[in-house]
Write a protein that binds this ligand. Structure first.
Ligand SMILES: [Zn+2]
Length: 388
């Protein structure tokens, strides 16, 4: 792990001005005294990007009539999924049930077994606001939330009522209150049910500001804003992304995480404004965690680990470091393994990788390592891959 040095990157404040008023409820910043180890609570919040389920994925994972085995897709990265105190990612599909056909793009309806697997492999929190949230309409939104709730997976981004939307999601991570807010740029032109704008959180600057202030007034010590935005397949953030990230920062967000472009984009540190963290972190796009997308770079992703520390005497929280596991998605092309699988991309000829990957796919893994390293070093040198 690498300790953060001085402030490493300050977000550019571009074009569009998004109004933002702070309620002034940010945690008081006190000077650290020299802490005793037992006054420090260390915790890690981790996130992945887009969790897709194209039809080829559920076809390969099918083991019997209406029974799908997705856990083996993730078995090689399990150790890294078990380490965080809070692991989250964007569920870019809906669970409308088996009364209508399961489907991939453009209207996703995924077997429930997919999220059962996410729960089993270590996910703690699911983001549901994205351009596919409304693929199976209002009923699909409700059923998705019901299935996740029954699995004990809290969510943010889609809701069952106005009251539900207005109840800020605050989770307890080792005793620290963390608010998780989520917004999407669109629902792919599929209108939300009439009179129910609360079904899906859209990128609305006033709403974002009011949710961040509400989070603070409800006692959130950290505020995470998860955005689903940007241009697909673009490897650098757009002006729209920069503006909305800047808005979240100005309103007091501590961590800002992005997805949707389906490829990785750079990450950076920023100086907090009315936030808990003096130095916050933004990941513009975390890429695909798993998908059947075929374009270059869409098989590359990361698991970001944000390591934090709270001094329980001063109540000060700081981001001590950020690291990542580079991942590469194998898409069942080899007869030896007809399944989508996520592999760690730390070394091309890694002995951790199965023989068929070491035999046929070292070039792909090598490319993933190279691309990911370059992207991560675009704005800062301080974000490193995890050590094994
Ligand atoms: Zn998307």
């Amino acid at each position: 792990m690498v300790r953060l040095g001085l402030l490493l990157a300050i977000l550019p404040c571009l074009g569009m001005q998004l109004s933002c008023e702070s309620s002034g409820t940010a945690a008081a910043q006190t000077h650290d005294s020299i802490p005793n180890n037992d006054t420090l609570v260390q915790f890690t919040i981790s996130s992945v990007g887009d969790m897709m389920c194209h039809s080829t994925q559920f076809n390969y994972a099918k083991v019997a009539e209406d029974s799908f085995h997705f856990e083996p897709c993730f078995e090689y990265i399990l150790p890294w999924l078990q380490q965080p105190d809070l692991l989250m990612g964007n569920l870019e599909t809906t669970l409308a049930g088996d009364k209508q056909a399961y489907s991939g793009y453009p209207y996703f309806n995924t077997p429930d077994d997919y999220v059962v697997a996410l729960k089993n492999i270590g996910f703690d929190f699911i983001i549901t606001a994205n351009n596919h949230s409304n693929d199976t309409g209002e009923k699909g939104i409700y059923r998705t939330l019901k299935v996740l709730d029954e699995l004990g997976l809290p969510t943010s981004g889609t809701y069952t009522s106005q009251k539900d939307r207005d109840s800020i999601r605050i989770v307890d991570v080792k005793g620290i209150k963390v608010a998780i807010l989520a917004y999407t740029y669109s629902t792919n032109g599929n209108p939300l049910a009439e009179g129910k704008p609360w079904l899906v959180n859209l990128c609305d600057s006033a709403l974002i500001n009011s949710d961040i202030q509400q989070s603070r007034s409800k006692g959130a010590e950290l505020v995470v804003v998860f955005y689903h935005f940007g241009e697909e397949y673009q490897r650098l953030p757009s002006t729209y992304q920069k503006n909305f990230v800047d808005h979240a920062v100005q309103c007091g967000a501590d961590l800002v995480l992005g997805s949707h472009p389906h490829v990785l984009q750079p990450a950076a540190f920023f100086k907090g404004v009315n936030s808990t963290l003096d130095t916050g972190f933004v990941a513009y796009s975390m890429g695909n965690f798993i998908s059947n997308q075929q374009d270059e770079y869409t098989d590359e992703g990361v698991i970001f680990n944000m390591h934090l520390e709270k001094n329980t005497i001063t109540n000060k929280i700081r981001l001590t470091s950020v690291d990542y596991l580079p991942t590469w998605v194998y898409k069942g092309k080899n007869e030896a393994k007809k399944l989508h699988m996520v592999f760690p991309a730390l070394q091309a000829n890694d002995t951790l990788l199965p023989e068929f990957v070491q035999t046929y796919y070292t070039d792909e893994v090598e490319k993933a390592i190279k691309h990911t390293t370059a992207t991560m070093q675009t704005y800062t040198q301080e974000i490193k891959p995890v050590s094994r």
